[in-house]
Design a protein around this ligand. Sequence first.
Ligand code: SF4
Ligand code: SF4
Length: 164
Amino acid sequence: MTAYGLLIDYEYCTNCGSCEVTCKEEHDYPVGKWGIRVLGDGPWAIDEDNWNWNWYPLPTDLCDLCAERTAKGREPACVHHCLANIISYGPVEELAKQLAEKPKQLLIVPQFMPRVAKGPFVPQERDDGHRAAHIEVKGTGKAAFGAHRHDSRVGEIDETDLDL
Ligand code: SF4
Ligand code: SF4
């Protein structure tokens, strides 16, 4: 059976977070659970002229390689929505050839752990009102209201809860 994976050219990852958000939206993952995370290292100086500063998009155990989408011939959500167009999906054999052509890439074959193996998905509750659409956001204290998607699990922000 052909193994499929993701090839990520992290040299050009900008840490925009689009892959993280679109994966959560695609799979309806609640706050605090992710199919992919972007982890960083740096900046720290290698020498006078060079710095190490990289972002690494890494699929988690909740990445199923977008099985529903790919079964219909569509590309995974993170591939489609990556703003830098640096994520490729395909057979590992083909991706490995591309991997050999350029450094600063990651070839990943996630091992999907089904939701049922991880217990019920309980959205994290916060009491500061800084929560919206599956992602946590930090408020500036200047917003007068919160706009939210229709997801019933995401509560409307009550202005009286905000520290304005
Ligand atoms: S392939 Fe699908 S499930 Fe995996 S990280 Fe990308 S969007 Fe998430
Ligand atoms: S969407 Fe692409 S550029 Fe943005 S953080 Fe994810 S991998 Fe990096």
